[in-house]
Write a protein that binds this ligand. Structure first.
Ligand code: PRX
Length: 635
């Protein structure tokens, strides 16, 4: 009988359908009801202040602190429940119950206060996935300070730019992390960086296993202060819903990264709800999210979302294939992981070792799998489904961004919507009014490629770009006036399912890591030998995408393998090892328009071996011929 019903009626069950309809038709009531699931110090005046759109403010005048919802409110019922499990490459482990995490966070908060950190101050965190990372971020949020975490794979220049933009007063770091058995020095990068960041007054250093060399005037050792401070409760700051919680830098189309700003109230609610709706976390679940907390995926779904839901989270400091390619499956078995969230790149990198590495492990505790960061190709999806999901578990392919705060489009097992279609991300979550627009701002037809847009505000949305209100309006609300523009291509099918196809701008996704081509170009041209450069992304079988650069050298420099090596190393040292190159070619000129703009589109076409398209604005055609020749020679 159900065959006669339309697809949505057959497969997508309430409560998703009911909630979705309610969320758009009766939005005020919907959000009011949802917000009641969190604890507020004092109630808000209204749900949404649109008076200064697109600077939307959620739950104005309400007082709420995300840390109260993540920790304090669990003390009664979950004090002895494990909040965080941690393990590293070597198999060393630690765990913290909600009670212990609460104590650690309070002690850390007191140390921060004693160092002079106050509400509204910015503090940069540069730590690997060690327990002190969530502890320090929660401690900062507890006292109303603003954290800005920089992924520990970023290097010196990236750190300098982010500290200076946020004018951070304090930096929190540690000596090192281990990667495939080798030390990665972290404090050394901070030492180099803070020589060029006038706002930084102190560096708080967390000792790992050995003595660390400290700068007596600037560095303070966390362990010394912790011993002195002891465990005392620190009164929680009763922040406004509209007070800043964190800044997280992300790449855009200019060389300067954008400080994406999230606020306590809206972000709390959105991470709380989406964790419940998508991952369906229950009290006995163990959630393993393989992301790094230095990216939004870790902010929202290692720390804030799961902890607000009272869940147990596993964080792993290491790579998936060291010491062996079954490291993650070993962890899933050991901890009885039930919900597992990772990236397509990670799946592809494990696929190449073969499924035998999976077979020796009991993965029967798993019940939901997730994917995030980039489109998942059918081959990787099938491998994940078959080998990790035993051909029966749902894979939630969650589309979202640093800017959206939390998941926007996905299946929602927590709301009874398990419906999956190959390559589709799924349906928009309740409250998300998504659509696909054509270039001229009309709704695209069914399965017509266009730009995904979000037509009304939602609680997790960014509140602004730190220190740059114009950039916020220009980047996100100008392509289609007043409507949020994420910068991704998408199609929508006849059942309303969205398929995200990839970035529509000059932003790369290397192994799911977001990095702007302009940011890479800016570093390249700061190398003493480089005059000009054009960076584009090309498909890569494992990483999804890698960077390729065409480089013009300054007079007096000759192309050589050594110089190439030196330039690549320079990018790694300044921006970070996350920038993986698929090639670097030396040319004497780049294709440009008559007005002098580099035509990346043509560089891309030549490198991909595609037809060039419109070349009417190209100034000098020999630039193309040269590039073709160089590529032929070196490929
Ligand atoms: O292009 C989309 C892609 O990642 C971008 C956002 O990157 P970032 O802010 O670093 O956040 C990544 C983690 C949320 C998007 O604009 N993206 C993210 N998830 C998916 C995706 N593309 C396709 N499918 C996804 N599931």
């Amino acid at each position: 009988m159900s065959e006669n019903l339309p697809f949505n009626e057959r497969y997508i069950q309430p409560p998703y359908k009911i909630l979705y309809r309610e969320s758009l038709e009766n939005a005020e009531n919907f959000w009011k009801g949802m917000a009641k699931e969190l604890d507020w110090f004092s109630p808000f005046d209204k749900v949404l202040d649109e008076s200064n759109a697109p600077f939307y403010r959620w739950f104005p005048n309400g007082k709420i602190n995300i840390v109260y919802n993540a920790l304090d409110r669990h003390l009664k019922s979950r004090k002895n429940k494990v909040a965080l499990y941690w393990e590293n490459e070597k198999g060393e482990s630690r765990h913290l119950t909600y009670g212990e995490l609460y104590n650690e966070v309070n002690r850390f908060a007191k140390i921060l206060q004693d160092l002079g950190i106050k509400k509204g101050d910015r503090v940069l965190i540069y730590l690997p996935l060690m327990p002190e990372l969530p502890i320090s971020m929660l401690a900062l949020a507890r006292i109303g300070a603003i954290h800005s975490i920089v992924f520990s794979g970023f290097s010196t220049q990236a750190v300098i730019d982010r500290i200076n933009d946020a004018k951070a007063k304090l930096v929190i770091t540690t000596s090192h992390t281990m990667r495939r058995g080798k030390r990665v020095e972290l404090k050394r990068i901070i030492d180099e960086a803070v020589a060029q960041t006038p706002s930084v007054e102190k560096v708080l250093v967390i000792k790992r296993d050995e003595e660390i060399e400290l700068n007596e005037e600037r560095d303070v050792l966390y362990q010394d202060l912790a011993k002195k401070t002891g465990y005392k409760k620190v009164e929680i700051e009763e922040t406004l819903s509209t007070d800043p919680l964190f800044i997280l830098y992300t790449s855009g189309t200019t060389g300067k990264p954008k400080g994406i700003l999230h606020l306590h109230g809206g972000y709390s609610l959105w991470t709380y709800l989406t964790t419940k709706w998508v991952f369906d976390l229950k009290d006995n679940d163990i959630f393993f999210n393989t992301a790094d907390i230095g990216w939004i995926t870790g902010h929202s779904y290692i720390v804030y979302g799961p902890l607000q839901n009272g869940a147990s989270v596993l964080m792993y400091e290491g790579v998936p294939d060291y010491p062996n390619p079954d490291r993650w499956w070993e962890l899933v078995e050991k901890y009885g992981v039930s919900v597992f969230y990772t990236s397509p790149t990670a799946i592809r990198s494990l696929m190449k070792y073969g499924a035998d590495w999976v077979k020796n492990h009991d993965l029967s505790t798993l019940r939901i799998l997730g994917s995030v960061g980039e489109p998942i190709n059918p081959e990787a999806w099938r491998w994940y489904f078959k080998n990790i999901g035993n051909s029966q578990l749902p894979i939630v392919d969650t589309w979202w961004q640093t800017e959206t705060g939390g998941i926007m489009i996905s299946a929602t097992p927590g709301l009874g919507n398990y419906m999956l279609k190959p390559s589709a991300n799924g349906l928009p979550l309740p409250g998300i009014d998504a659509d696909v627009f054509t270039e001229d701002g009309n709704a695209a037809g069914t399965r017509e490629k266009g730009y995904i847009v979000i037509k009304r505000p939602w609680p997790g949305m960014l509140a602004g770009v730190w220190g740059d209100p114009d950039r916020y309006v220009k980047t996100y609300f100008s392509k289609f006036k007043g409507i949020y523009y994420p910068g991704d291509y998408a199609v929508k099918d006849e059942d309303g399912f969205f398929y995200i196809l990839g970035r529509a701008d000059e932003v790369l996704k290397i192994a799911g890591h977001r990095i702007g081509t302009r940011e890479i170009e800016d570093i390249l041209i700061s190398h003493p030998a480089v005059a000009e450069s054009a960076v584009i992304g090309v498909p890569d079988p494992v990483r999804g995408e890698v960077a390729v650069a065409a480089v013009v050298l300054k007079q007096g420099y000759q192309p050589s393998d050594e110089l190439k090596k030196s330039i690549l190393e320079y990018v790694r040292n300044n921006l970070g090892a996350l920038v993986v190159f698929g090639g670097l070619y030396f040319v004497t000129k780049l294709p440009k328009t008559r007005s002098g703009k580099i035509m990346r589109r043509l560089v891309r076409s030549v490198i991909a071996g595609q037809t060039l398209g419109d070349v009417s604005t190209l100034e000098d055609e020999t630039s193309i011929e040269e590039l073709k020749k160089v590529i032929e020679e070196f490929s």
